[in-house]
Design a binder for this molecule. Sequence first.
Ligand code: F6R
Length: 247
Amino acid sequence: MKVVMTRSYDELSRQAADRVIQEIRDRKAVNLGLATGSTPLGMYRDILIHHRKDPLPLSGVMTFNLDEYVGIPTENPNSFHAYMNKHLFSKLPVPRHRIHLPDGMAADLQKECRRYESLIRKSGGIDIQILGVGENGHIGFNEPGTPFNSRTHVVRLTASTRQANAKDFGSVDRVPERAITMGISTIMNARSIMLLASGIRKAKPMAQLLNPIEPTEAWPVTVLKHHPDVTVIMDRDAASMSSFYQK
Ligand code: F6R
């Protein structure tokens, strides 16, 4: 595992953006696994700044998001479809048919999970998966206790995750109770993974990942210890509970 510690969130964002830009420039075709949430916002901003100055070759780019809420229409500003459109795709012209997110409005959610899983596989798999991490160690919406061998599935969100997302919805009872997420094994199939973590709230899950303890389903992020190509980019606050950290 490669660990990069940055002095600030802006530096984290720049480094993450540089890596994604490099992947897009280096390969004719690249499948990007994308995340929503507050952590990757700076990275998306920096990718767009770069693209405005020096346009990226996008015809070979395909994207797959980690997750989407169940029962929130794509045009609802709180859907992850709307988030991606607002923060990236409205200004980065990836061909529409090459952008993929799970469909949280599908009539048959189990069928939709199987469709998404097989779409990723048939498209050649994910080359680089961007991840954030929850305070409870979740990756995607895989909450503590999710089996490491899980594939794309429907999850019931925990009270703490719904609370963490309440600000977007105005109140916690408006946060959907369910979501579709890539499973842990789906994420682990990516050829490389880049995990971003910023702020003191992420110090505990990062310590679980970086300290020498066995991976445990109680902290989903710890599964990344088993992956051969993980880069962690985090700021000092997120690193502050890890044993290698020195002030
Ligand atoms: C987002 C996702 C989540 C977030 C995590 C951290 O698509 O799957 O796992 O990455 O909840 O969220 P932020 O970045 O808002 O702290």
